[in-house]
Design a protein around this ligand. Structure first.
Ligand code: SDX
Length: 440
């Protein structure tokens, strides 16, 4: 008999001979539709098991589309290459947050609203001054963004769209200020206040690099390069930190502590911390001549080629290609970073080597970005902070989409329990060796 609806799976449970018809939608089945598959009626039912969510869609999202096999990245349907070429970062931020490219008036209002919120409370400055002189800027960034939560208790009203809109402006505006102050603290320099005459990225550079001049003038080539880097880092669908943002946000925590949690996830070397790890790796390699020996070590399983590989991209990360092109413009101003030659040789050899080809390992967004940041004068400890600034926009867009999704609720996965079955308490005087106790 023809199935009533072709878009179904028929699952036959060989344990019972029962068969089940499971709907298929968007190439997926609902994990909850598996729960009906039982051997006995009083069973919990069947779950899916997917450590690290290798094959699990956690949400429906309209923000970013990635085709990992073809190296395609779209923000709200627009190719990243076109956005990087034609837009400012705040223009792309508007697109990611609200779904459409802004009109001139909409962009002007958005820029003004962000500009109005660039200052942070003086107590945040005092809190930051309390860090050790050599505190890692990412630790300062995460802690200070979380601290913003104590200044805006009304932000707990996460279901209020107007409140969310205000907190989104505040966070987009304040993360560059906190990032720049983390950098200045690291160097033992006085903090520089925002200059609201300047556009977003130039103002960030002002807070980073103004010394004693009364008015900071940003080098337009470097300002544009930073704007492009911000665009490329703005969102990337359900990556580790976006998943963290959605998970923490699903408990209705306020957006400040939620962004701090996402930034904490980003700080890991397998995620946003990789750009810092790439520079450490290139410095360790030291010269082009040492590249073959280094590759040999990687192939022997002695570590990973940082800045290579990706869970989704099994082709060249389109962002890495654009960053590599941007590097030339930056080096015109800053002088060529000699580590670029090592990176290019590393890429050349790796892309020809069966080990990397078989595993579809290509340069990702982190492979070249750090070389540009270093050429601009940033210490490697600032690289992940530079990733977190633009990614705050993506995290907030994912957070907002999660809150507005009627299907979403507090995230609480299940588990497969592999521990002890019930056992009785053993008083101290009767406890044997740890081995004996584990055997109880
Ligand atoms: C980002 O998710 C996102 O979108 C993230 C991001 C974003 O914009 O948010 O794109 C930003 O985090 C980019 C990734 C930055 N991280 C790095 O560059 C660190 C180095 N890369 C790897 O750690 C790794 O490639 C991951 C973490 C990025 C992806 O790991 P997966 O998908 O879990 O793949 P895997 O670890 O299962 O690797 C599959 C195989 C393994 O070999 P075998 O066990 O089959 O022998 O490939 C090997 C891995 O050992 N492998 C690598 C490697 N990455 C994977 N071998 C050497 N060097 C590497 N970099």
């Amino acid at each position: 008999m023809e199935n009533e609806n072709k878009n179904t799976f028929t699952i036959i449970d060989n344990r019972t001979g029962a068969s089940y018809t499971i709907p298929v939608q968007d190439g997926t089945i609902r994990a909850m539709d598996l729960r009906q598959i039982k051997v006995t009626p009083d069973e919990f039912g069947t779950m899916s098991y997917d450590p690290a969510f290798m094959n699990t869609a956690s949400c429906r999202s309209a923000i970013t589309f990635i085709d990992g096999d073809r190296g395609i990245l779209l923000y709200r349907g627009y190719p990243i290459e076109q956005l990087a070429e034609h837009c400012s970062f705040l223009e792309v931020a508007y697109l990611i947050l609200y779904g459409e490219l802004p009109t001139q008036d909409q962009l002007h209002d958005f820029e003004r609203n962000v500009t109005l919120h660039t200052l942070v409370h003086e107590n945040v400055k005092k809190l930051m001054e309390g860090f050790r002189y050599d505190a890692h800027p990412m630790g300062m960034f995460i802690s200070s963004v979380a601290a913003l939560s104590t200044f805006y208790p009304e932000a707990r009203r996460v279901r209020d769209p107007e409140q969310r809109k205000l907190d989104i402006f505040r966070l987009i505006a304040k993360v560059p200020t906190i990032a720049a102050w983390s950098y200045r603290h690291h160097l033992g320099l006085p903090y520089v206040y925002p200059d609201n005459d300047l556009p977003y990225t130039a103002n960030f550079m002002n807070m980073l690099w103004r010394k004693v001049e009364s008015k900071y003038v940003a080098n337009p080539v470097l300002a544009r390069a930073l704007d492009i880097l911000f665009i490329l880092h703005a969102d990337h669908e359900q990556n580790c930190s976006a998943n963290t943002m959605r998970c923490v946000g699903s408990s209705e925590a306020d957006p400040y502590v939620t962004v701090a949690a996402a930034a904490a996830a980003l700080s890991g070397p397998l995620h946003g911390g990789a750009n810092e790890a790439v520079l450490t790796m290139l410095a360790e390699i030291g010269s082009k001549d040492n590249v073959p020996a280094y590759i040999k070590q990687i192939k022997e399983g002695k570590g990973k080629l940082m800045g290579f590989g990706h869970r989704i991209y099994k082709n060249y990360d389109p962002r890495a290609r654009i960053i590599k092109q941007t590097a030339d413009a930056v080096f015109e101003v800053t002088g060529r970073n000699p580590l670029l030659d090592i990176a290019i040789e590393l890429e050349r050899i790796a892309l020809e080597d069966e080990y990397f080809i078989k595993r579809k390992l290509y340069p990702n967004v982190d492979f070249y970005s750090g070389i540009i940041y270093q050429a601009m004068g940033f210490p490697t400890s600032m690289f992940t902070v530079l990733f977190a600034i633009p990614r705050t926009v993506g995290w907030l867009a994912q957070w907002q989409e999660m809150l507005e999704d009627k299907e979403q609720k507090i995230a609480r996965p299940r588990q497969i329990y592999i521990g002890h079955s019930r056992r009785e308490f053993v008083p101290m005087e009767k406890r044997g060796t740890p081995q004996q106790m584990a055997a109880v």
